[in-house]
Design a protein around this ligand. Structure first.
Ligand code: CU
Length: 385
């Protein structure tokens, strides 16, 4: 999801194919179908089997009061006992800029969950240094991207990869712009993402360090949720990932050299599957890389949301050294933008203007690939969950 790559040649972006490959490996590990010989290097050693009771005991204790979780003041549906927590993941040691250009991928395949059998109404990622100070472009530390996966649910748009292997649901993602995903429209929509007790949350992220020395960084994710029992009036939202790279493919696109303005269209679009009742599109957040101006979301050709990029809204997003380049700090959002039903075709179109906004340049002076992604949440307009 990152919009910023200074010098890595390829693969620094959201390589869905890679993500899918290790997601599948992880999932298979959990399912016990693979042995220790998995080729996936980031997967941990398979643990000795433990009694189910023992395991669940540890899990619930972990969720209720882990050291990396702090309680915050909830902001939405406070009369329903909502809770807000911040969970810290890491610290992660990010190599100096001389090693792989300061880029590194990390995965926490059994990440701390905010809650069980709860409805998540808000999520936002952040990045800190171990002392709690904010980490961003002004100090050369980037939340290149983070994606959260829910192992209990198949991905809405890419339930199986191109080899037919199951893909866990991508229920949250963020680039360095750190968009707040407020599914509830500030308490105006009774919906959220349901995280079951069976769900394992996988955190995958890529960080980038522009300084010469290796440094540590901590991923933060703020979650607001309604704990169990969830009032019946609340709907469970589905997350929908729309991507100019296609719905089971690579998220990156090469920048044309012969024009200053260009765009990318998601083709083919994604068809809302049979069986979907009418859904309300409760939230949409776009993601572009530097150079991007806006991202349109379309339903059967008609634009229902235009997510525009803002650059350098505050000093955190302006390089602290050199050219003081301003990076994307915000994407405009849409709430209740349209309705969806079976057969509707959804797509996105990303617009770039490299004269208006400088683009990131690779070590060999070529322009970095770009992205155009929208994350949507949709929930049934009426009826049950
Ligand atoms: Cu990106």
């Amino acid at each position: 999801m990152a919009f910023y790559e200074r010098s890595r040649s390829r693969g620094n972006i959201f390589y869905l194919s890679i993500t899918v490959a290790f997601i599948v490996t992880l999932l298979t590990l959990w399912l016990g179908l693979l042995s220790y010989t998995t080729p996936f290097p980031a997967a941990p050693p398979h643990q000795e089997p433990v009694a189910a009771d023992d395991d669940s005991h540890h899990e619930s204790a972990d969720i209720q009061n882990p050291e990396n979780l702090i309680q915050l003041q909830p902001q939405f549906f406070t009369d329903l006992g909502s809770k807000r927590v911040q969970i810290k993941y890491g610290p992660f040691t990010v190599p100096g800029s001389g090693t792989n250009n300061g880029m590194k991928d990390f995965v926490d395949e059994k990440a701390t969950k905010p809650c069980d059998d709860c409805l998540i109404t808000y999520m936002r990622a952040g990045l800190q240094y171990p002392d709690g100070a904010n980490a961003n472009a002004n100090t050369g530390m980037w939340l290149h991207h983070v994606v959260l996966l829910d192992t209990a649910v198949p991905d809405t748009v890419c339930p199986k990869d191109r080899k037919g292997r199951p893909v866990p649901n991508r229920f949250f993602a963020s680039g360095n712009e750190r968009t707040a995903m407020d599914l509830s429209g500030a308490s105006t929509i009774q919906t959220g993402y349901f995280l079951s007790a069976q769900s394992q949350v996988v955190v995958t992220l890529e960080l980038m360090n522009q300084m010469a020395e290796a440094r540590e960084a901590v991923l933060t994710v703020e979650y607001e949720f309604i704990p169990s029992p969830i009032p019946k009036s609340f709907k469970h939202a589905k997350s929908i990932w729309l991507d100019i790279g296609g719905y089971c493919g690579n998220s990156e696109a090469s920048v044309p050299n012969d024009t200053s303005t260009f765009d990318f269209n998601m083709q083919p679009g994604w068809k809302v599957p049979d069986g979907w009742e009418e859904n309300l599109l409760v939230f949409l957040g776009g993601h572009l890389h530097d150079g991007g101006t806006h991202l349109e979301a379309m339903k059967s050709g008609g634009i229902f949301c235009d997510s525009a990029a803002t650059y350098g809204a505050n000093d955190d997003f302006i390089d602290g050294t050199g050219e003081k380049m301003a990076h994307i700090s915000n994407m405009s959002l849409c709430h209740k933008a349209t309705t969806l039903k079976a057969g509707d075709e959804l797509s996105v179109k990303a617009y770039y203007d490299k004269t208006a906004h400088p683009m990131m340049v690779d070590a060999d002076a070529s322009l970095e690939p770009v992205m155009g992604i929208a994350i949507l949440y949709a929930a049934q307009s009426e009826g049950g969950n």
